[in-house]
Design a protein around this ligand. Structure first.
Ligand code: GDP
Ligand code: MN
Length: 375
């Protein structure tokens, strides 16, 4: 789960990481009034769940209230990489002398936590990693052991040659690490971590991503979720007990079990097709789940065919068939549906689907080949 910069900065402040808090504003007037009261330059920053806002024109330094008004007029309502800006963060601008990057995430390949830092912050870290990989310092640590304090110092020294700044950076990294562990994060990031006019370190930006699978341990955190920023189809799917992820292709997929769903997508690719989504209907077999799954998939106009691949264990094939029939009876389905049902109650399901215009196949490979032939 992602949260906004203004929310992440509040968490930073609670943990003692130096930053500048402000307000989240939804209207141009709020921004203007804030700038008048501040009587100093302010920042106006789009609050969206994507990076690179600066480059997209969503971050503006505003020396006076008129400029703040102009910035708010431009940024509020803007579209940044498909995310609509309905809020901006406003705060007294930090006087920036230098920009570094400091972050913590998980290195899945190494099965370790990784500290990432570079003295060349401000730009997107992915870009720097491509252009100048040597400029990035990475330190791996074992999450099952208490951290070795020298690792924090090592990163601090990699960012700043000045001992005082290096020590401050080490302290900030230690606090970031406490947040990372206590709140079950998958990413905490300060980009840029800046040296201000007084020579002190301050987090000028803040990013935190929480592990969805651990949210139950932190009931308060879900209150921070901004539904406006989420994919509406993914939210709706969750409501119906479906796990859904939107993808770029044109073959809709309805599968039971995450592993089979992944294998189905792999086979679609291997057969020359492109999946339009990942969809796991889960273990239970409520016919309404299938109905809702078809409805959500058809909301994507790119979809040319739907594959239903079910391996019936706890999921009963006849319930799935009932869901498909309910869907074909209750709505216009403009694309072919290719079905492979095997396992519990498959005979009953086959009987039910007889006489419908669904395209049946006996194996996973066959159903996928049939589907790919429609695109
Ligand atoms: P991002 O592009 O989405 O990562 O947004 P950032 O908040 O990191 O802002 C992008 C750039 O705007 C930074 O690298 C800074 O150069 C500049 N910037 C951000 N915050 C401030 C600030 O408080 N004061 C000043 N002077 N510049 C800022
Ligand atoms: Mn940033």
């Amino acid at each position: 789960m992602k949260i906004h910069e203004y929310q992440a900065k509040e968490i930073f402040a609670q943990y003692g990481i130096p930053t500048v808090l402000g307000e989240a504003a939804r209207t141009v007037d709020e921004v203007y009034d804030y700038a008048v009261k501040a009587a100093a330059p302010i920042m106006v920053k789009a609050q969206v769940h994507v990076g690179g806002r600066g480059k997209a024109g969503g971050v503006k330094f505003c020396p006076d209230p008129e400029k703040a008004r102009e910035a708010a007029e431009k940024i509020l309502g803007m579209d940044i990489k498909g995310c609509k800006v309905s809020k901006v963060l406003i705060y007294p601008a930090i006087d920036i002398k230098r920009e570094a990057y400091l972050g913590i995430t998980i290195d899945r390949a190494a099965k370790k936590i990784v500290f990432i830092g570079t003295s060349q912050g401000g730009v997107e870290i992915e870009e720097l990693a491509r252009a100048k990989p040597d400029a990035i310092k990475k330190i791996l640590l074992d999450p099952t052991l208490p951290p070795d304090l020298s690792l924090f110092q090592e990163m601090g020294a990699a960012l700043y040659p000045e001992p005082l700044l290096a020590a401050e950076a080490a302290d900030i990294l230690a606090l970031l690490y406490v947040i990372f562990l206590e709140k079950d994060c998958t990413l905490v990031e300060i980009n840029p971590l800046v040296v201000n006019g007084e020579g002190r370190l301050i987090a000028a930006d803040a990013k935190i991503v929480f592990d969805d699978n651990a949210l139950w341990r932190h009931p308060g955190l879900s209150l921070l979720q901004d539904f406006e920023q989420e994919n509406p189809k993914e939210i709706e799917a969750k409501k119906y007990g479906l796990t859904f992820v939107d993808l770029d292709g044109n073959i809709g997929c309805i599968v039971n079990g995450a592993g089979l769903a992944m294998a189905t997508m792999d086979m679609i690719k291997a057969a020359g097709g492109q999946p339009a989504n990942f969809l796991d209907v889960g273990g239970s077999s409520n016919p309404d789940k299938v109905l809702n799954a078809i409805r959500i998939i058809l909301r994507n106009p790119k979809v040319k065919v739907i594959v239903i691949n079910i391996f019936g264990g706890i999921t009963r094939c006849d319930d799935i068939a009932a869901g498909i029939i309910k869907a074909t009876d209750s709505m216009e389905i403009p694309v072919p549906i290719c079905v492979r049902l095997t396992g519990t109650n498959e005979d009953k399901a086959r009987e039910m689907l007889k006489g419908t215009n669904l395209i049946s196949a006996d194996t996973m490979k066959n159903v996928i080949q049939k589907a790919v032939s429609f695109v």
